[in-house]
Design a protein around this ligand. Structure first.
Ligand code: KIV
Ligand code: ZN
Length: 534
């Protein structure tokens, strides 16, 4: 491919990693992260060493605005980017959310494909040019770093897209991103498209070209790689490949492709790849999106060898069947081990080594939970600690908590569960229920105790580590309080983990509903202020 398309873009062999887990990734169906979770993920992305974090789309809701603002105020290393359509209100909101960042960027976009211009925007090509010009100019009046994207570019007329990109460059865009919005292009076609853009809009050679590929045909990483070979020096991607529909280019795959095959292409990123596994686990936990076992780089089996011949080879010499070292993606980080006699200091030190800064009440809470688990499990490993702390990090102020539960399970009688729940106002409520099985009975009893109707959408159990005394980790996705929310619970007993996960999901739904109510009240108040009195 590098022979077909000469590299024409920016100088240098460093490819910037633009992470859009918190924006495009969060647009995946069923994902709804709260501000605390987003800030936590952004901090981990900082440790991973990404260059840009697209923290959200601030105009879409006050909740999104608040999260982008919180990330902008807390993140130190990466550029913090806010997304905006070409509307003035969007750009104003994006700027207001990111303006406190050390390195802010506004990312504005408008479609250049006729399909979008005719059917979605219902406007004309001339209007698109005008909107792109005004948007980039306005964004540049606020911020020195402005990215422009011609959305659905790969299905658009290349001549028209080049005209719009040239306008963006003339107005001062510092990055131009060419999205394959619907995951339609192929590596060779994309490379030719970018080469043609460079010819038609020579100004692109003076700025950073970026690629943003969706995975509808499973080509997001291949297309992004083709884009790099064609001159792009920024790849937009998401952890675990999450994103709209089939998702985005997977961050871990493109980063390891650039690192592992640097011999073939000469490119690399600034990522600390040993943080990849932890980042993947965190995103998976917080989003409730599990990683398939055979997923490249971060799947459970990505470094597992099943066949005797392979095992034999790897035992003799790792490189016989491994092109990467699991340690380079952070899959060896299970060396920290605590036991039931470990104290608060040891826990805090271990958590710090894992990248969690916990003190005060949060440390007390984590310690309490650690003790409960250490009493039942001989050794608490780094992976266990990470699961316990992530579980705690998800908690908001408004929450339902598990008091206790009794469950009767037998193959001869229908199961019965009795639970006690601490309600958000601090009172205790009890409920009893039968069910199809013990988990179903517990969930039914929680519904009776809380009085909240909820609809279970997803239930998954996995083990945090290997071995017989592994902690069970349960993820629940449910719909309650008119919100889709996920929750996670960790315990040595999967029934307990299930009850905790269910209550955590209910708490997240409650918190989401409270935020929405506050947003509606603010919107109503704004409308009243704007409506002239009688
Ligand atoms: O897929 C897409 O086109 C996008 C743009 C907003 C860059 O996500
Ligand atoms: Zn996208």
């Amino acid at each position: 491919m590098s022979e077909q398309v000469p590299v024409q873009g920016a100088e240098g062999h460093r490819v910037d990693i633009f992470d859009t887990t918190l924006r495009d990734g969060e647009q995946s169906p069923g994902i709804s992260l709260n501000t605390r979770e987003k800030v936590e993920i952004a901090q981990q992305l900082g440790r991973l060493g990404v260059d840009v974090i697209e923290a959200g789309f601030p105009i879409t809701s006050p909740g999104d605005f608040e999260a982008v603002e919180a990330i902008a105020r807390s993140a130190e290393g990466p550029v913090i980017c806010g997304l905006a359509r070409t509307h003035k209100a969007d750009i104003d909101a994006a700027w207001n959310a990111i303006k406190d960042a050390h390195r802010p960027r506004i990312h504005t976009f408008i479609s250049t494909s006729d399909i979008h211009i005719t059917h979605q925007l219902q406007t004309t090509r001339d209007d698109v040019k005008g909107q792109a010009r005004a948007a980039v100019a306005l964004a540049r009046s606020y911020c020195d770093d402005v990215e422009f994207s011609p959305m659905d570019a790969t299905r658009a007329d290349v001549e028209f897209t080049a005209e719009v990109c040239a306008i963006a460059v003339a107005e001062g865009a510092t990055v131009v991103n060419i999205p394959d919005t619907v995951g339609y292009t192929t590596p060779d076609e994309y490379a030719r498209y970018l080469a043609r853009l460079y010819e038609l809009a020579p100004g692109l050679a003076g700025i950073r070209l970026s690629v943003h590929c969706h995975d509808d045909l499973g080509l997001a990483v291949a297309n992004s790689y083709a884009g790099v070979l064609a001159g792009a020096r920024q790849v937009e991607c998401a952890v675990n490949g999450i994103g709209e529909r089939a998702g985005n280019c997977s961050l871990e795959e493109i980063v390891m492709l650039l690192r592992t095959r640097s011999d073939a292409h000469g490119f690399d990123t600034g990522c600390e790849t040993r943080e990849i596994a932890r980042t993947s686990r965190m995103v998976s936990r917080f989003t409730g999106y599990h990683v398939q076992p055979n997923k490249a780089i971060v799947g459970r089996n990505a470094f597992a060898h099943e066949s005797g011949i392979h095992q034999d080879g790897v035992l003799k010499e790792r490189t016989t069947y491994e092109i990467m070292d699991a340690r380079d993606v952070g899959l060896d980080s299970n060396s920290i081990v605590l036991g039931k006699h470990s104290g608060r200091h040891a826990l805090r030190d271990a958590l710090e080594q894992l990248g969690f800064k916990v003190s005060g009440d949060a440390l007390n809470e984590a310690f309490k939970r650690f003790k409960e688990i250490a009493d039942r499990k001989k050794q608490v490993t780094a992976l266990d600690l990470e699961a316990i702390v992530s579980d705690r990090l998800r908690e908001g102020a408004q929450r339902y908590e598990l008091g206790w539960f009794d469950v009767e399970a037998s193959t001869r009688r229908a199961p019965k569960a009795h639970v006690a729940v601490t309600m958000p106002d601090g009172s205790t409520a009890e409920g009893e229920s039968g069910g199809d099985g013990p988990v179903d009975a517990i969930f039914g009893a929680i519904r009776v105790a809380t009085g909240v109707e909820s609809d279970l959408r997803q239930y998954t159990v996995s083990a945090v580590t290997e071995g017989e005394d592994a902690l069970g980790e349960v993820t629940v996705v449910l719909r309650a309080h008119e919100r889709l929310a996920s929750g996670q619970g960790v315990a040595t007993d999967i029934l307990e983990a299930s009850a905790r996960a269910y209550l955590r999901a209910l708490s997240n739904a409650l918190e989401g509903a409270a935020i929405r109510e506050a947003e509606e009240l603010t919107a109503e108040a704004a409308t009243e202020r704007a409506t002239p009195g009688p």
